[in-house]
Design a protein around this ligand. Structure first.
Ligand code: SF4
Length: 95
């Protein structure tokens, strides 16, 4: 299948995929800023718990581009730092 200039080619998506593109990559600086904004006014997970969650995300087949969960579309560095967050891995949460 070939897309005309300016069109997006429809690619098959793995089950559960939210359709992220490589454009979801964020710089470390932007990521820090997003974390800062996300935890403002919310309960943050303790450092050790956030680190534990992130280690599990780093080893997860659902992690895309090193930053993004394919099942919820969240930046895992943000999601893991929110106290009330849960892992959306299908079938069984990984953290
Ligand atoms: S499914 Fe869970 S462990 Fe995997 S990347 Fe998403 S939040 Fe992290």
């Amino acid at each position: 299948m070939t897309a005309a200039f300016g069109e997006r080619a429809e690619m098959p998506r793995p089950e559960g995929c939210k359709g992220c593109a490589e454009s979801v990559r964020v710089s470390p600086e932007k990521l820090e800023r997003l974390i800062e904004i996300a935890v403002r006014g919310r309960d943050a997970a303790p450092e050790a718990e956030a680190a534990r969650r992130l280690a599990l995300c780093r080893a997860c087949p659902g992690l895309q581009y090193g930053t993004t969960c394919r099942y919820c579309g969240c930046l895992v560095d943000v999601r893991a730092r929110l106290f009330d967050s849960r892992c959306p891995y299908p079938g069984a949460s990984r953290w």
